[in-house]
Design a protein around this ligand. Structure first.
Ligand SMILES: Cc1cc2nc3c(=O)[nH]c(=O)nc-3n(C[C@H](O)[C@H](O)[C@H](O)COP(=O)(O)OP(=O)(O)OC[C@H]3O[C@@H](n4cnc5c(N)ncnc54)[C@H](O)[C@@H]3O)c2cc1C
Ligand code: SF4
Length: 509
């Protein structure tokens, strides 16, 4: 008899571990355990989403004829780990082999391959995760011998591999990338369609009560919980996005609005990451929308690039570089994460709006994560590991393999440019251009050195100045350094004084 462990982000009926099993003879184990739910303070909605999606998935497996041993979260034993549940199960159901599809976290992967065979006393087979387009081995081969890894070239290979938006060996529309058409600010037209609301069933309600009771001290609130917890709901959410928002996705991909939590984004990352949807089916649905003239090419290409480009690239970087990657700190940052990242209380309107989104919905879209909360952490020189812990905790779609390279590499530039050719540092002008936040803010975005000047502005020039040795020779930053060097000494000193004040009073901003 064999047993497969299915993890909370492997909720796909053809997940590779099941290919090794026979129904009626073998067993599947699934477990809600405190060690996974509590090793960082995950947002309450994230725990509710995963537990509920797991319970629904176990029911699907049973209906399909599988034997499933399901361990419900036990509040009396919050320290229980996955291997404890397996050990107890194997004590009364001896098995000759444990099969697990490769997990999304280096920490757990190491435990599985090093400690578990001894602790559990059976051999463990790790099966490739066939839900990704590029295997770890293929990525390593692609990366070999390249001085710099750039997403754009990797993405083109993924287009060729999948045939998405291809005509023979050429990209449709004669261009690989339409990003230059995708940077419009939003002025209120077209109206943003509402997100599809889901009705909650008994399983959802039971889990929501459990989380409210047992995880009340974790960040966020359950009030607005609206994540798909079944494959049917995930497909409905995808369909709704494709039919109502995809056509505008490209134009307003980077735009932010005080009153809009989701803009034209898809909100499919939670479903993709826990296995309710697959990357290929999502991209095929978007391609079909373009073929049916429901969405323009710039929107569809931009959307598909996020998934077969960025998502796959990020995963490749993670497995190529771990475990060393997590400890990188190229800019030698040492400042603590300000309290407002956890309380949401700040007078900076842009940050406050992004925090509100984050705590209310366990969601913020990419530009809110990258250019507002992330940008601030970069400019203020926050310790990368603290920033990573925050992003891992507060978003419903956060798993180490995808959160870490995005935060540590893309946002904090802590890998020295391995992932991104220049830091995504920006002053308040960028936020002003792409949002209406500054209209609601008590700081002045147009000034940098006054007592009420936008904190991003002086911090930006302080960042440029203090990292001159690292970035002055970067051709993509040459213009910035020319502007800085043209500034008068008085201006530089005033900027320095204001940024020193801002950094000393971070928690009061
Ligand atoms: C600091 C930081 C942390 C992040 N942490 C996570 C995380 O923990 N989990 C996560 O899934 N994404 C993460 N991202 C990437 C991105 O912000 C989210 O995937 C996206 O906001 C999810 O919302 P959506 O489904 O509406 O995305 P859309 O804008 O609709 O994009 C479609 C899909 O493309 C994929 N995608 C887009 N950008 C990226 C990217 N940079 N990396 C990987 N996939 C991408 C996602 O699967 C997403 O669902 C992070 C980005 C930053 C800057
Ligand atoms: S003025 Fe500065 S702090 Fe205020 S919303 Fe604009 S960018 Fe953010």
């Amino acid at each position: 008899m064999k047993v497969a462990l299915i993890l909370g982000d492997q909720l796909t009926t053809d997940v590779s571990s099941l290919q090794h099993l026979e129904k009626h003879r073998d067993w599947i184990v699934m477990a809600e355990v405190g060690t996974e739910a509590r090793y960082v303070a995950h947002h309450q909605q994230k725990i509710a989403l995963i537990f509920s999606a797991m319970r629904h998935f176990a029911a699907v497996l049973r209906n399909n004829g599988w034997q499933v041993h399901y361990h419900h979260y036990d509040p009396t034993r919050p320290q229980l780990g996955l291997h404890d549940v397996l050990l107890a199960f194997l004590a009364h159901t001896p098995a000759s082999q444990l099969i697990v599809t490769e997990c999304g976290e280096h920490r757990l992967h190491q435990q599985m391959i090093e400690a578990w065979p001894v602790q559990l006393g059976i051999p463990i087979t790790i099966a490739d995760d066939s839900r990704f387009i590029c295997t770890k081995a293929e990525f390593a081969q692609w990366a070999q011998g390249r001085k710099q890894l750039r997403m754009e070239y990797f993405y083109r290979d993924m287009r060729r591999k999948t045939g998405l938006l291809m005509e023979a060996d050429q990209p449709v529309g004669g261009q690989w990338n339409f990003d230059s058409s995708n940077r419009e600010p939003y002025r209120g037209d077209p109206v943003v369609p509402i997100q599809m609301p889901f009705t909650r069933d008994d399983i959802d309600n039971e889990v929501l009560s459990l989380v409210a009771r047992e995880f009340a001290s974790h960040p966020g609130t359950l009030t607005h919980f609206n994540w798909p917890t079944t494959r049917e709901q995930a497909l409905q959410a995808l369909d709704s996005f494709i039919n109502t928002r995809l056509r505008w996705y490209g134009d307003y991909q980077d735009a932010m609005q005080q009153s809009q939590h989701f803009m034209f984004h898809s909100l499919i990352s939670t479903s993709l990451n826990c296995g309710l949807l697959t990357a290929v089916e999502v991209c095929q649905a978007a391609q079909q929308a373009w073929q049916d003239n429901k969405a323009p090419l710039n929107a569809v290409e931009g959307f598909i690039r996020q998934i077969i480009g960025w998502r796959e690239f990020i995963r490749g970087i993670y497995w190529l570089t771990m475990p060393g990657y997590a400890a990188k700190n190229f800019l030698n940052n040492s400042r603590d994460l300000p309290d407002f990242y956890w309380t949401g209380e700040t007078r900076m309107a842009c940050m406050k709006a992004c925090f509100k989104n984050t705590f209310d919905h366990a969601y913020a879209h990419h530009i809110q994560r990258l250019m507002v909360t992330g940008n601030f952490a970069l400019l203020a020189g926050i310790t990368p590991s603290q920033v990573c812990d925050w992003y891992l905790a507060v978003y419903a779609d956060a798993y180490d393999w995808v959160e870490l390279p995005n935060t540590l590499g893309m946002v904090m530039h802590a890998d020295g440019g391995f992932l991104a050719s220049k830091p995504y540092a920006a002053s308040g002008s960028y936020i002003h251009k792409m949002s209406d936040y500054c209209r609601h803010c008590e700081y002045q975005v147009k000034t940098a050195t006054d007592h009420n000047s936008c904190p991003f502005n002086s911090l930006y020039w302080d960042f440029v100045s203090r990292h001159a040795d690292q970035f002055r020779k970067n051709p993509r930053m040459a213009m910035i350094y020319r502007s800085y060097e043209r500034m008068s000494d008085d201006k530089k000193q005033a900027l320095q004084a204001r940024s020193a004040y801002v950094l000393e009073h971070l928690n009061e901003l």
